[in-house]
Design a protein around this ligand. Sequence first.
Ligand code: CP
Length: 303
Amino acid sequence: MFNNLIDIERLLKEDITDIISTAQAFKKGTITSCAKGKTACLMFFENSTRTHCSFELAAKKLKMHVLNFDIGASSFSKGESVKDTFENLYFIGVDTVVLRHSENHIIDRILGEISYPLKFINAGDGNYSHPTQALLDYMTMLEKIGSVEGRKIVIAGDVAHSRVAKSNLALLKKFGADIHFCAPEYFMPEKPEKYDVTWHNNLQEAISGADVVMLLRVQNERLDSETIQRCGNYSEKYKLSSEILNKYAPNAVLMHPGPVNREVEITSELLDSSKGVTILEQARNGLYVRMAVLNMLFGEKEE
Ligand code: CP
């Protein structure tokens, strides 16, 4: 099907539909592994709970061998180059690397340096792309609302630093969704007009009549000192509560990629309500999407 999963932009609509059907088949238990015996190396330069654990469990459920690469204990600390590291891993027997890194487009850079056909899956790079997150989000939306075509999908929060927002935009555009971004000026990316979305900076107005409301985490670790100062009162205007959601978008599906900052972008009472369960269902669908992606990397899809 594909040799690497780098971003959503390089997938065709049919590829996405195939990944989702394969994920659904894994969820129903109607498909078995064709990646058995292959080796996945999980390499996380940034912290992760959902993506790391679900990729590890997905690989184990597919009966793959799993190497959890310890960055701190590796020979990167001795100055080994990217080229040498990945070429040695390939010769040791690694078939695919699941990579999370702070550098945008790092997989393209590595592929440009190595001479052997190691397969890569992007588990999140900088503020560019998080393709498996967008795929699991899409799977969850399909389960909840059937189709995204023409449906109002609002993504609200720290858009500037969000690879999740960008990958969701790339995916949802392919399927004809009506996409709205909501952010204060300090969380808008440079040149917001280049994004093919409707922009808002008022949360109530943005979510009005929405079919899906996806909140984003304030990514404190990526903020410069000026933005940290400016976002001090973020939650006064952008924290979503049950009261606001029920008033402006009572039928909306509530989503969040996680991790959640309780009482910053969402109240604890909303997160712990029945609406918040979808956020846990997203995490569970992540397991099946990652099983599908790993399986399809080695040539199989659900017919
Ligand atoms: N949504 C997401 O990528 O979560 P983690 O950082 O915990 O993997």
